[in-house]
Design a protein around this ligand. Structure first.
Ligand code: BG6
Length: 477
């Protein structure tokens, strides 16, 4: 379904994110016919470019980042015709009147701030001062949304100075992932799970986001951030919220986000003994975290595992174990809901049985697996065995499962005016309020993270975190 005509202004249009994700995403939507005829994309940046050079640059990015674009020259050219460019000095006065001049009345206005967060305030002010923002305009911002609670509050204040909360779209690209949204469908469009989705029946939950890549090329940013700020406070927190939240009364942005905030507010403080921080070391020379971080003595973590308790009626007594890291043995993100053992076992004990688990695979090979215990087939008495009911979305849904990048969906939601998959200001602040003391604790302790080998499953201590509770992580594979 095409969306309404729009003027989308991308600040930082020549930057990495715009080239890799935003513009290719928009091209995809154009290619499938979702972009209306009168849509326009205006690049705004400091570089001294004209419209033609900007179009050429975008054309090159599409060839680089959209595999099929080289065979779609005509389509690419028609997409490029939608592009315009204006040179804007975001902290100064130059370029703003020209931008104001270019904007059309009576179409949706959206401003995508693909720039450093230090510029959010200046851009928001200028958009208002030059009469470019209207009461219905949308403003889109990227992570990192703050470095801690104080900076997140300051950023919220900068944006709220010129825009109302219903106009602000804070992106967490995990919310745009198909399987992450599927988590809501799985939980709330089926009656099967809800009666079991609580501490009476669930022993624990594991949330793993494992990456095989390291921090190559991003060492500068990453070393000031670390896995806690880069992944846990935002992406893993979103996965935790969607897994743990109460059923919203309706699919309305605030109804969903209210429930997520309640989960974050119910999180109990995490004891230092319940957290493991790790840092990968390379196998060869120049391959370890510190070789890329630019600081040979860096104490930044590239891995975090922790046990989190949610202090509410539904989840008291059911820990959530979170784990994320770079340079692990595989790229694999999944949520494992481990059910409790049957209260009474009449069968002889069988070694190696792991019990019922629902495994929601986020990436790659998106799908759902249900681990079940059955009778081992064949003669020789009644022995138990484990089988899995597997559903890979690509197999089950065929061509309809066509991958849509998270950014494509999110940008179109901005145009539609649907904030469900975007973080609200209080949600981001609540997540920082939870993360801040954890980070402050280890900064005070000045401890070095535990080393782990590149290509492994993380530090030994992370395994111990579960072993000491009589539990174990699912293999990263
Ligand atoms: C980003 C982080 O937000 O998410 C990166 O800054 C991380 O460090 C990336 O690699 C992971 O995203 P995805 O979509 O590849 O799982």
């Amino acid at each position: 379904i095409p969306v309404d005509p729009f003027d989308l202004v991308i600040f930082g249009a020549t930057g990495d994110l715009a080239r890799r994700k935003i513009l290719p995403g928009l091209f995809h939507r154009f290619a499938v016919g979702q972009m209306p005829e009168h849509a326009r994309i205006l690049g705004a940046a400091r570089s001294d470019l004209d419209r033609a050079t900007f179009r050429d640059l975008v054309g090159e990015s599409l060839l680089e980042f959209v595999p099929q674009a080289s065979g779609q020259k005509g389509l690419v050219n028609r997409f490029l015709e939608k592009l315009d460019y204006v040179r804007v000095d975001v902290t100064g006065t130059k370029g703003w009147p020209e931008l104001a001049e270019l904007m059309r009345p009576d179409v949706i206005r959206a401003f995508y701030l693909s720039v450093s967060p230090t510029l959010f305030g200046a851009i928001a002010d200028n958009l208002n001062e030059h009469g470019i923002a209207t009461p219905d305009s949308r403003i889109v911002v990227e992570k990192p949304f703050g470095h801690d609670l104080a900076s997140a509050k300051a950023l919220n204040a900068d944006l709220l100075n010129g825009f109302a909360e219903h106009q602000i779209y804070r992106i967490d690209h995990y919310l745009g992932k198909e399987t992450v949204q599927n988590l809501m469908a799985l939980r709330f469009a089926n009656s099967l799970w809800e009666p079991l989705w609580n501490s009476t029946h669930v022993d624990h939950v594991q949330i793993t986001v494992a990456e095989s890549l390291g921090v190559e090329g991003r060492g500068g940013y990453y070393d000031r951030s670390g896995a806690m700020r880069d992944m846990v406070q935002n992406h893993l927190m979103q996965l935790l919220c969607l897994t743990a939240m109460e059923p919203p009364s309706r699919l309305h942005p605030n109804a969903v986000r209210d429930e997520k905030v309640k989960v974050i507010e119910a999180l109990e403080p995490v004891e230092p003994a319940d957290i493991v921080r790790g840092q990968y070391r390379g196998k060869g020379a120049a391959d370890g975290y510190r070789d890329h971080a630019g600081d040979p003595d860096s104490r930044t973590e590239s891995f975090v595992a922790m046990k989190v308790n949610i202090g509410n009626w539904r989840w008291a007594g059911t820990p959530f174990y979170l784990r994320t890291g770079k340079k692990l043995r595989a790229r694999a993100s999944e949520i494992v809901v481990m059910f409790r053992d049957p209260p009474h076992m009449m069968f002889p004990k069988t070694e190696g049985l792991r019990g019922n688990a629902l495994i929601i695979r986020l990436q790659p090979d998106e799908g759902i697996t249900l681990r079940t215990t059955i009778k081992e087939p064949g003669p020789g008495g009644l022995r138990l065995a484990e089988v899995t009911l597997d559903m890979t979305f690509a197999d089950a849904l065929g061509p309809h499962a066509e991958a849509q990048d998270a950014y494509e969906r999110l940008i179109m939601d901005v145009i539609r005016g649907d904030q469900t998959l975007f973080m609200r200001g209080d949600e981001v602040e609540a997540a920082w309020a939870w993360a801040d003391p954890i980070i402050a604790n280890w900064e005070d302790a000045r401890q070095h993270p535990a080393p782990y080998d590149a290509g492994s499953s993380g530090p030994e201590d992370a395994l111990m975190l579960m072993h000491r509770d009589g539990r174990r992580w699912r293999e990263i594979e």
